[in-house]
Write a protein that binds this ligand. Structure first.
Ligand code: NAP
Length: 345
């Protein structure tokens, strides 16, 4: 089957390079239009490649396009790794031109008619795109920290209910894009404030875990309290989580709910879907970013250090996942695979 040509917006950034990596061997999608800003007009092969896998040969000679060049191409599928603020109007314009946009940026995530999708959790929300004014549409994936957290909360919310969630993140450098935070700020340090991040982590999981009805998405009423920090780690966001379950559970129940969590049938067969969205690690000192950020090809979230309070309702754990794959480019590609499988593309 011929692969569908797709555009990658922000193709030279931290997320954009992950798109290029993931699309190189993809069975359905092929990176055909690479869009940048400062690098526009140069061959992609001249751009500094910052991943620890080689740059795919197929993109080396492709030119980096400016956005105005893309607007002249026939509309199709676009993956957006544009900066927040820049992305909003660009994505709206592309959807008006007929593009189907899968975005990582914050701008449209909380729009009432834009689905905020994690296929294993809320595949049904993708149907919201039909409520947009067309001819194209926008589907979003969440903030990287929020996606990883939502995946771990989903089975707990379903099995036991969640009364309260407290989370403290230790987020990787790649989460700040390129060039990211200055070396002189982060070496030998932890940055204890990331502007705008805590609000996203507190709101976005409630939309994804919410219920889709005729009025749109009714957010799940889960109080989430977040503290977000940046640590001197190249890849992989770690999150220390403390939840209050609505119903009493045993540690074995919790372990079973997390490790047995699977998406619906339509999602399990998708190219980028990991066998286990959550991998429970039993070693007392795991997960750790150096060893566990790339489980399931970067699409699984590692969960460890499970501890249950004596009352059976206070649960503590540590989770970890790839911010640029499950938290960004891989999340968008999985959303597009779901759209393809359900006839939306
Ligand atoms: N990094 C993560 O882990 C992560 C996770 C989840 C979500 N996100 C979100 O994903 C988006 C991209 O993040 P990132 O970390 O990849 O950022 P980044 O490394 O700073 O990359 C930004 C990209 O956007 C391009 N760009 C900037 N302004 C543009 C414009 N006016 N027109 C066209 N292209 C433009 C840049 O092109 P040039 O290089 O040519 O200037 C570059 O390719 C952001 O919205 C971010 O919040 C990031």
């Amino acid at each position: 089957m011929a692969r569908l040509p797709v555009a990658v917006l922000g193709a030279t950034g931290a997320v954009g390079q992950r798109f290029i990596q993931l699309l190189a061997e993809h069975p359905q999608f092929e990176a055909a239009h690479l869009v940048g800003d400062a690098t526009a007009g140069r061959p992609y092969g001249d751009v500094v490649w910052r991943l620890d896998v080689p740059m795919p040969e197929a993109v080396r000679r492709q030119p980096v396009l400016a956005l105005k060049d893309l607007e002249r191409a026939p509309p199709g599928i676009a993956f957006s790794g544009l900066p927040g603020g820049v992305a909003g109007p660009v994505e709206t314009r592309l959807a008006q031109l007929g593009w189907k946009v899968f975005t990582n940026a914050r701008d449209h995530r909380m729009d009432a008619d834009v689905p905020l999708v994690i296929p294993e959790v809320n595949a049904d929300h993708l149907a919201l795109v039909a409520r947009q004014h067309g001819p194209g549409w926008i589907a979003a994936n969440g903030n990287c920290t929020a996606i990883l957290l939502t995946l771990a909360l989903a089975p707990l919310h379903r099995a036991f209910g969640l009364d309260d969630v407290h989370v403290t993140s230790l987020q990787a450098l790649s989460g700040a894009g390129y060039p990211g935070v200055p070396a002189s700020d982060i070496v030998g340090n932890v940055l204890t404030f990331i502007e705008g991040e805590e609000e996203k982590v507190e709101r976005e999981p409630c939309k994804t875990l919410g219920t889709l009805g005729p009025e749109g998405v009714r957010p799940a009423p889960i109080p989430i309290h977040a503290t977000c920090t940046r640590a001197n780690v190249p890849e992989g966001h770690t999150e220390s989580v403390h939840v209050r379950l609505s119903r009493k559970a045993s540690l074995a129940d919790v372990r079973e709910a997390l490790s047995g969590f699977r998406g619906p049938d339509v999602v399990r067969g998708l190219h980028s879907a990991p066998k286990a969205p959550l991998q429970v690690l039993d070693a007392p000192d795991r997960p750790q970013p150096r060893w566990d950020a790339m489980l399931g090809g970067g699409m699984s979230v590692a969960v460890g250090r499970l501890r249950l309070d004596a009352d059976g309702r206070g649960l503590r754990f540590v989770l970890l996942g790839s911010n640029t794959i499950r938290g960004a480019a891989g999340a968008s590609v999985l959303n597009a695979e779901l759209a393809f499988a359900t006839g939306l593309l």
